[in-house]
Ligand binder design. Structure first.
Ligand code: SF4
Length: 382
């Protein structure tokens, strides 16, 4: 079967977790900034714009792949079921492009994500042309999203962003990371809190849905308070549709790793980050959905719609903080080993005992669940 499935198109390295089932179309390559000290993704890779014609060719190839999979739905005895044919291709994809198209079709074929790190950097007219072509080629696509930098969104006029929305751009994902300028400087993020506010507000004013990503722990031990309160202030000014939290994770290969080694940056522990998250939520006064859609977050169940769910979210944090120390250790290790999803999972005796045995095994020197052990386990998820 795979002998005839040879078409391929270019894919970038990442997309947000919420776009796991989206058709991926690479409109630029890598990151035009590429200096953030906590980000290893595009290091060593040169930023490149792609021509509209090159991108259109990829879209045509994605269409050809879709048509081949549709053909298989009839030829392979699936009675025309596109979903079943897509599942078959997903199981044995001839290449990554087929895997992406098959996964997208399996999920309904409704969403597309434009890669890589800062799609807004394209000329607005060219990006409008690409989005329109994508919609013409795939009329079933109802949501098109992308990554953007605040700095670029701040430079676009609201009219330009409206033109993108009218062409079909539904949502932008922006890495806010922090709203505190000294933290942004330390991380070499290349934006200020004021840029974040201007860029975020431009997107909101255009009617494009906005996801802002925050990294818990980015202030380290020295600046955690200001990181929490200033990030809340900036988010309140922007009032994005979504606030998505991640937890600072540092490993070799990141420039920030050198700062940890030479003492310029001291990581916050899991429990300190929980306290920081509490301060952040307490200070949020926006009307946003607070989303914790990454396994790296300790308390992934801290989610809800602001402001109405604020107390419910803070109650989860209080519940964790009220646990006896050995129970908190059990939960932390269980999360980092992928055994627990939520605090209630500790009530499952089998899972609880599994974590207890892991603590006995890993903390043989009597040190229990050390912060270093947790840091090293977290590094496995990025
Ligand atoms: S702007 Fe985004 S992709 Fe580029 S280096 Fe910073 S975090 Fe990484």
């Amino acid at each position: 079967m795979t002998g005839t499935l040879t078409e391929s198109f270019e894919l970038g390295p990442i997309r947000p977790p919420s776009e796991a089932y989206s058709l991926l179309i690479r409109v630029t390559r890598n990151c035009p900034w590429n200096r953030c000290r906590f980000c290893p993704i595009y290091k060593g890779q040169k930023f490149q714009l792609r021509s509209v014609e090159e991108i259109k060719q990829d879209i045509r190839t994605a269409r050809a792949i879709k048509d081949k999979i549709s053909g298989l739905a009839w030829k392979s005895g699936y009675g025309g079921s596109l979903r079943e044919a897509a599942a078959m291709v997903c199981n044995h994809p001839p290449n990554d492009a087929y895997r992406n198209v098959a996964l997208w079709l399996y999920a309904g074929g409704e969403n597309a994500f434009l890669q890589d790190a800062n799609t807004l950097i394209m000329r607005t007219g060219e990006l409008v042309e690409v989005i329109k072509y994508l919609k013409e080629t795939f009329p079933g696509i109802s949501r098109i999203t992308s990554y953007a930098r605040s700095k670029t969104a701040a430079k676009k006029s609201v009219d330009e962003l409206v033109a993108l929305r009218e062409a079909g751009l539904s949502r932008l994902h922006i890495g806010l990371e922090s709203g505190y300028d000294p933290v942004l400087q330390l991380m070499d993020k290349g934006v200020t809190a004021a840029d974040h506010i201007t860029g975020g507000r431009n997107v909101v004013a255009s009617g494009i849905s906005l996801s802002e990503y925050v990294i818990l722990g980015m202030g380290g031990r020295k600046m955690w308070r200001e990181h929490a309160t200033e990030t809340a202030r900036v988010l309140n000014e922007i009032n994005p549709d979504f606030i998505r939290v991640r937890t600072m994770t540092i490993r070799t290969g990141m420039p920030l790793y050198d700062d940890v080694i030479n003492g310029n940056f001291t990581r916050s522990t899991d429990e300190e980050i929980v306290e920081e998250e509490k301060l952040l939520i307490e200070n949020l006064e926006c009307h946003s959905s607070f989303v914790s859609d990454h396994i790296i977050n300790l308390l992934q169940e801290v989610e809800g719609k602001l402001p109405e769910d604020k107390e419910k979210m803070l109650a989860v944090i209080s519940r964790f903080q009220a646990l006896p120390p050995e129970e908190r250790d059990n939960f932390k290790l269980g999360r980092r080993l992928g055994i627990y999803n939520r605090i209630d999972d500790m009530n499952d005796a089998l899972r609880y005992d599994e974590v207890k045995r892991a603590i006995d095994r890993l903390g043989q020197d009597g040190g229990g669940v050390s912060d270093e052990l947790i840091f090293s386990l977290m590094g496995r998820y990025i």
